[in-house]
Ligand binder design. Structure first.
Ligand code: MIC
Ligand code: SF4
Length: 641
């Protein structure tokens, strides 16, 4: 009794350890998903684990990020992933099939199970009552190879919903309201658990939108109950048999609570350059815009598309605006083609993209210089759109569609139009993009294109760590900063040496030069270091450049694990003001590094300033062992065979 929904699933899947907040436990993984931009590293590492077939009930490899094929690189990566999928009993979802999170929600996600995905927005599955967690690529490879995932038991944040959303509002406006309240680090260390009467009124897709952007709160994941709405959604997707109910015990214990009346939710907008820089749309109504993009794993469901279609019907996109629409899955695209919504979009003057991440990760549709882009996406970090000086605002599909017509940011609150869209009773299926594993393909050779390079592995730890501070950065540095992604760099996700040329290039032009000059060194960061994407490249690139430790005020969860997995030591200032006592190019040393890792306390000797600073580390026993052998791959070789 007294169990929250998350605790129920964790206890059911518990393999090792005690379910006490702060403890690291091992849980059984039922499903995994990968996408192509993190996937090549996942599958390179999976091959190293020398398995026959995956230990999960279901593993799916999606191709949705690297869809532009300006050269051979992306196509080679897809071929590589397909070949590994065939060898190890993994379902392969071809390019064009749709965005991993949306397709997984439609086709595979199951309430009451654990899903681990190599993408930070894996929590989208929480909309279905699935405990869906984003992780680094190696963690996902290990989940496939061994069937488990190690996680520190999080605290549980109860978001109690009451009331009902107006038709002009969207799950997006709910999560933007929460981001305004809690900020991009407000969910760190928590699972966000949504309960209350208000849940009943939310469609599964609105729930999924909210769960999706829980990633922007820094939360481990987000979860909704599995109820009548969930059942209806699964039945409509032809998967009624996958339904099981989920709700918290009436006396469930929570660590924090936030109450939200859905009746109070109005259209919201996240202003440049962070998802928590939120205002009411009505407060900046009239802002002139150049581009509108509707899609991404946050807002590309059937209901989202139809809300946009209702607004665009018999209307025309403003002459100064480029509207681009990418439906979340091939099945949604098919439905829109059949019900006429696609022709509404085209008639209105929209540009239609194939189903995939597209502009969300800078794969095309970069705005013009200094352009203002309104997007239904989840991240508006500087430069992510592909244009460094563009300004990206995040909104709902309703706000986006109306603004595209008006040519300026416009709130749908006062629109005299029925915006209600119900879920379909039957979504049908589109199986044509899936390749299901077949016994006769199990010995297919691994297809390695010339751009696919080895995964770097950590070097043995010496007695101490010494070197220069080769970079000092501020708060909320993202993995997009550490290892930028855009149409030019995404094709090199399987080539860490090449990517290393661009490390931190959004913040400084010559990080690699400095790292090379000093033979690596130490990075100093602020609060929430490594927020955003799950890409382990943000650890592998620094590893390749011989970064030995990162010292920050605090870390984002997935990046913290990725650093440890790579064998780079993440340490925290015991006293955050000491951040000011270390400067770029200071000569520093951490003596007795092994002892430090074990006791969780360290001293940073600043030889330049002749001072010393106290650092702390909070590592689980497993993480200590991983760091001692310089990375999780090395550890797996010794421990889990
Ligand atoms: C993102 O939205 O930032 C991405 C691109 O989907 C990443 C994964 C990646 O970097 O490949 C994520 O969210 O984890
Ligand atoms: Fe793709 Fe964007 Fe979703 Fe990341 S956030 S998975 S890039 S659609």
């Amino acid at each position: 009794m007294k169990q929250s929904m998350a605790m129920k699933i964790l206890s059911r899947n518990l393999l090792e350890g005690e379910l006490i907040q702060g403890n690291e436990i091992k849980i059984k993984v039922n499903q995994t998903l990968t996408q192509d931009s993190t996937g090549t590293m996942v599958y390179l590492q999976l091959e190293k684990l020398e398995i026959d077939e995956v230990k999960t009930d279901l593993s799916v490899a999606y191709i949705d990020h690297n869809m532009l094929q300006q050269g051979f690189e992306n196509a080679d990566d897809h071929e590589f992933i397909k070949s590994v999928a065939k060898r190890h009993n993994i379902v392969y979802s071809k390019a064009g099939g749709g965005i991993c999170h949306q397709v997984h929600l439609e086709r595979f996600g199951k309430p009451n199970t654990v899903l681990i995905g190599s993408d930070s927005h894996t929590p989208t599955g929480g909309g279905l009552g699935q405990l869906a967690i984003g992780a680094g690529g190696l963690d996902v490879a290990i989940a496939m190879a061994k069937g488990f995932y190690s996680i520190v038991v999080p605290k549980i944040y109860n978001v109690k919903l009451k009331g009902q959303l107006a038709d002009y509002a969207n799950g997006k406006d709910v999560i933007l309201t929460i981001l305004q309240e809690l900020t991009v680090k407000g969910g760190t260390g928590y699972i966000m658990e949504y309960t209350g009467e208000g849940v009943k009124s939310l469609s599964v897709t609105d729930r999924a939108t909210i769960a999706n952007m829980g990633a922007e709160l820094g939360a481990t994941t987000s979860i909704f109950p599995s109820d009548e709405k969930t059942k209806e959604f699964l039945v409509a997707q032809g998967r009624g048999g996958d339904f099981t109910p989920l709700e918290p015990d009436h006396d469930a214990i929570y660590d924090a609570t936030l109450e939200i009346d859905l009746c109070d939710i109005v259209p919201m907008v996240a202003c440049p350059h962070l998802p928590d820089n939120v205002k009411r749309v009505r407060d900046i109504n009239g802002l002139k815009i150049d581009q509108v993009a509707i899609g991404s794993c946050t807002n590309s469901s059937y209901t989202d598309m139809m809300k946009a279609a209702k607004i665009l019907e018999n209307n025309r996109v403003h002459e100064d605006v480029s509207l681009v629409i990418s439906p979340g899955s091939a099945n949604i695209m098919r439905i829109l083609a059949e019900n006429g919504a696609l022709s509404t979009f085209i008639q209105a003057g929209a540009r239609i993209l194939e189903s995939g991440c597209g502009p969300c990760i800078g794969m095309g549709q970069a705005p013009k210089s200094g352009g203002i882009s309104l997007r239904t996406f989840n991240r508006n970090f500087r430069g992510r759109s592909g244009t460094m000086d563009a300004e990206v605002y995040l909104v709902s599909p309703q706000t986006a569609a109306l603004s595209a017509v008006k040519g300026c940011l416009s709130t749908p609150e006062y629109l005299d139009l029925d915006l209600k869209v119900d879920e379909l009773k039957s979504y049908g299926k589109n199986e044509s993009y899936f390749i299901y594993p077949k016994e006769e393909d199990r010995n297919a050779p691994v297809a390695m294109g010339p751009n696919i390079k080895e995964v770097p592995v950590g070097e043995k730890l010496g007695e101490k760590i010494e070197g220069k501070v080769i970079l000092k950065v501020g708060d909320n540095v993202t993995t997009d900063d550490i290892c930028p992604s855009n149409a030019i760099l995404l094709p090199f996700r399987s080539n860490v040496p090449y990517l290393s040329n661009f490390a931190f290039s959004t913040l400084t032009p010559d990080f690699k030069k400095v790292a090379d000059e000093h033979d690596g060194g130490i990075i100093v960061g602020g609060d929430n270091y490594g927020q955003g994407s799950s890409r382990e490249h943000a650890a592998l690139v620094p590893l390749y450049l011989k970064v030995k430790a990162v010292i920050a005020k605090s870390f984002a969860r997935i990046h913290f694990s990725n650093l440890i997995n790579a064998g780079i030591i993440p340490l925290v200032f015991e006293n955050p003001v000491d951040y000011d006592a270390v400067d770029f190019l200071d000569d520093v040393e951490i003596p007795d590094i092994l002892g430090t890792i074990e006791v969780g306390k360290a001293t940073l000797v600043n030889k330049t300033k002749n001072t010393s600073i106290r650092l702390i580390s909070v590592f689980s026993e497993r993480q200590i062992e991983v760091l001692k052998v310089c990375g999780y791959l090395n550890y797996m070789k010794d421990h889990e065979r």
